[in-house]
Design a protein around this ligand. Structure first.
Ligand code: DC
Length: 225
């Protein structure tokens, strides 16, 4: 059977990565979390002290020395690596998420990561999730899904995730963060988050995970027929 490219875009905390991971497993495809790549660059920028007041100074100087990869774990999950170091845990904080959204507006950063993503997916057989996969990275992807859910539902999910990670979030901050990130992701000049014309929209505000996955598996199977 033909190995297609599945592009999954949508707002933050929509469950994109969970869905993408599960679909990749169902299809026997490779999963690529492009948000993790932006987060890894953001972590590098924080560590190098080049982020201040939401602006990055001299980002080119760090990109040259930034190598991002995915290391497959014994349980099949993937951890992002930054210059060989497993940084999976470090990139999943609110601080790094915010920094990622800030550095994601920089054209050099996008060019740097998009080129790597296109190379990773060129042979097909991948599920890639992010904000610009169906519009910029793979505008010809055979299947494009656009995920959405209300900001309140997403803030609730993010809140629970942070608690599970041992953080002590404040609900109002998490909701404000979701709204800020949405605004930045959809209003930036460079590759803003938008729905590709041929994307299938999945609003999962009131779907259970199981309902949603069955819905997506049906769409995928139909596409691969
Ligand atoms: O999906 P995420 O929350 O891990 O992504 C972190 C940030 O990276 C998010 O604010 C937007 C940015 N991003 C992007 O601009 N383009 C992508 N393809 C993936 C993520």
């Amino acid at each position: 059977m033909k190995q297609i490219i599945v592009a999954i875009d949508g707002y933050s905390s929509c469950g994109k990565s969970t869905i993408a991971k599960q679909l990749a497993q169902y299809a026997g495809y490779r999963y690529i979390d492009t948000g993790a790549m932006y987060r890894a660059v953001a972590l590098q920028a924080i560590r190098k002290g080049i982020l201040s007041d939401g602006k990055a100074t001299d980002i080119e100087s760090i990109l040259e020395f930034t190598r991002i990869d995915f290391a497959i774990q014994p349980d099949g999950t993937q951890h992002v690596t930054l210059n060989g170091e497993d940084v999976e845990k470090h990139i999943r904080t609110l601080e790094v998420g915010n920094a990622a959204s800030q550095i994601a507006v920089i054209p050099e950063v996008r060019r740097f990561l998009v080129a790597q993503q296109q190379q990773m997916g060129q042979a097909g057989g991948i599920v890639m999730d992010g904000r610009d996969i169906g519009t910029v990275v793979f505008p010809k992807a055979e299947l494009k899904l656009f995920l959405t859910a209300s900001p309140e539902v997403r803030a609730e999910r993010r809140f629970k995730e942070l608690i599970e990670k041992g953080e002590q979030p404040v609900m109002a901050d998490v909701l404000a963060d979701v709204n800020d990130r949405d605004y930045r992701d959809t209003h930036r000049a460079e590759s803003p988050l938008r729905q590709a014309e041929d994307a299938i929209v999945v609003d999962n505000s009131s779907m259970t995970r199981e309902e949603q996955m069955q819905h997506i598996y049906r769409i995928f199977d139909e596409k691969c027929k």
